[in-house]
Design a protein around this ligand. Structure first.
Ligand code: XMP
Length: 519
């Protein structure tokens, strides 16, 4: 285990990710983590090294974040990155100042050599790297004077102390960001740190994660009961199967049918979780309650609020029967980063955290076993747990469901049209091997009608729009370019098979300026 103490850099999560790609398990923790919180990990020989991340503050300013100085006394290898490097120097008697100019972008790093040999430290951190490599810089402050015992191991034209080391204390620092792909040998530098310097074996895999996680869940829960909401989505499915794997029927999953699920969703969740994965699953059909409250509502945020609040109401009622002490949440790493960050929650947090407030209201402790994983790692865990590929690789589906894909009023009739059209669309994508090439695809129902002609009859019916995007992070997205024959087939099938729809449109808008969803 390598712990990353986070000073709020936008790249902190990437460090964790890169280490796991090296086969080394890592966790991101707040920069305020105290040394005594890390000592038990050290005593059990799990903790092999610490990385201090970058961050937006200046170490010499009042109110800037600092680590517990005793962290530097733990005696294990430490790598400071950007702000983390400056913090290390600042705390150990070096000097950090505002740079004459800020430095953003590429710089050429020269590894310090003496004769034909690399100096000590450079030999370890830059092992098997060329003498000159491209790195990515993003800083305004710089280290002016190194602490006693440190010496330079690499420099750039603008930054004298681009990398420094104190081998006796196993401390290393880099001013640049090895975790971003723009730093051409960044991955190798991180690998050298965790393998050569920290001595990590690099044999961590999802199987290890599963056994460690199972052990932690058992220890945390004891003989208490855990409840958790499931949708049809990847995260809640993997979290539920994981809990079932760890504690069996001390875990109870609850599926609330909010009336705006996709076609056959509830029955598919039942057959997947209850029948195939043997999860104790309770299904509550609250669709009438939800649809009653949504009647006549067209405003998007209003729809979200109604669904979120009604969900809490129904879940709370249902959960009472289990007298549980814990609530399972499928929170993923990107959500954790947003709340850990020194800058505080960022503006990207959506209103869709619809179980928010539940733990306090119901006096439940949260259990979030996926909180250190990225989406693709959750998928890998799902496969290790034996969940079938098709559900592990499903596209994301929003909590408020089809309510935010029906523009205008939600009626049972409009829900039927959208459900049928969406099912045809997804079926054709799978049939034509396109589903896995697309990050998210869905149909939506527009709030306008159009004239058409069917069998010599004039029609005045509804319009379906098809959305398909390619993206990795959903913050930006591009529309997917369909083969024409597939589009033709989907369009023909929808207008022929879905009663009340006479037109199909294809959305060719990227994000930005569009969003993935319509509401
Ligand atoms: P947007 O529309 O913001 O979508 O570009 C980005 C991603 O977020 C999902 N999304 C939601 N998920 N509740 C959710 O659970 C919501 O209210 C919600 N709104 C958007 C969207 O499906 C896409 O994956």
């Amino acid at each position: 285990l390598v712990v990353i103490l986070d000073f709020g850099s936008q790249y902190s999560h990437l460090i964790a990710r890169r280490l796991r790609e090296c086969g080394v398990y890592s966790e991101l923790r707040s920069c305020a983590t105290r040394a005594d919180e890390l000592e038990p990990l050290l005593a059990s020989q799990r903790l092999k090294g610490i990385i201090l991340s970058g961050g937006p503050a200046s170490v010499y300013e009042d109110g800037s974040p600092h680590i517990d100085p005793r962290v530097l006394e733990l005696g294990i290898p430490i790598l400071g990155i950007c702000y983390g490097f400056q913090e290390m120097c600042h705390q150990l008697g070096g000097q950090v100042v505002k740079g004459d100019k800020q430095e953003f972008g590429y710089a050429e790093l020269s590894v310090v050599q003496e004769g034909a040999e690399r100096v000590l430290g450079a030999g370890l951190l830059f092992n098997e790297l060329p003498a000159r490599v491209k790195v990515w810089m993003s800083h305004g402050d710089k280290v002016q004077k190194l602490p006693d015992g440190f010496h330079d191991i690499a420099t750039t034209a603008n930054t004298e102390h681009a990398s420094a080391a104190c081998e006796a204390r196993k401390m290393y620092g880099v001013q640049f960001h090895p975790e971003v792909t723009h730093s051409t040998y960044g991955m190798e530098i991180l690998r050298n740190f965790v393998k050569q310097i920290c001595g990590c074996a690099g044999d961590w895999s999802m199987n290890e994660f599963l056994s460690e996680c199972t052990r932690d869940i058992k220890a945390m829960v004891g003989d208490a009961h855990v409840i958790g909401a499931v949708s049809g989505g990847v995260d809640s499915t993997v979290a539920a199967v994981l809990l079932n794997h760890a504690i069996g029927h001390q875990f109870h999953a609850i599926l609330v049918d909010n009336g705006v699920l996709r076609k056959d969703e509830a029955s598919e969740v039942i057959s997947r979780l209850r029948d195939r994965c043997h999860v104790d699953l309770d299904v509550v059909d609250a669709s009438e309650l939800f649809l009653g409250k949504l009647q006549g509502v067209t405003e998007p945020e209003q729809k979200r609020k109604i669904i979120g609040n009604t969900f809490i109401e129904v879940f709370e009622q249902e959960a009472k029967a289990f007298s549980a002490k814990f609530l399972l949440q499928g929170t993923l790493y990107p959500d954790v980063i947003e709340s850990l960050s020194h800058k505080g929650p960022s503006a990207t947090i959506k209103t869709h955290h619809n179980v928010g407030g539940l733990p306090d209201r119901m006096d439940l402790k949260l259990i979030e076993p996926l909180r250190f994983l990225f989406k693709d790692e959750v998928r890998a865990l799902g496969l290790v747990l034996g969940i079938e590929r098709e559900s592990v690789f499903r596209h994301p589906f929003p909590g408020p469901g089809l309510a935010i894909r029906i523009l205008g009023e939600i009626t049972p009739e409009r829900l039927r049209k959208l459900r049928e059209a969406d099912a045809i669309y997804i079926e054709e994508l799978r049939r034509n091997n396109l589903y896995d090439k697309i990050a998210q695809a869905f149909a939506a129902l527009l709030p306008v009608k159009a004239v058409g002609v069917m069998g010599d009859m004039r029609t005045y019916e509804e319009i379906i729009t098809l959305r398909a995007v390619e993206t990795t992070d959903f913050m930006t997205a591009d529309w997917f370019e369909f083969p024409h024959d597939v589009m033709k087939r989907i369009s023909t099938r929808i207008v022929n098979e879905v009663r009340g729809v006479n037109r199909v449109l294809l959305d060719v808008t990227s994000k930005p300026p569009g969003t993935v969803e319509y509401l």
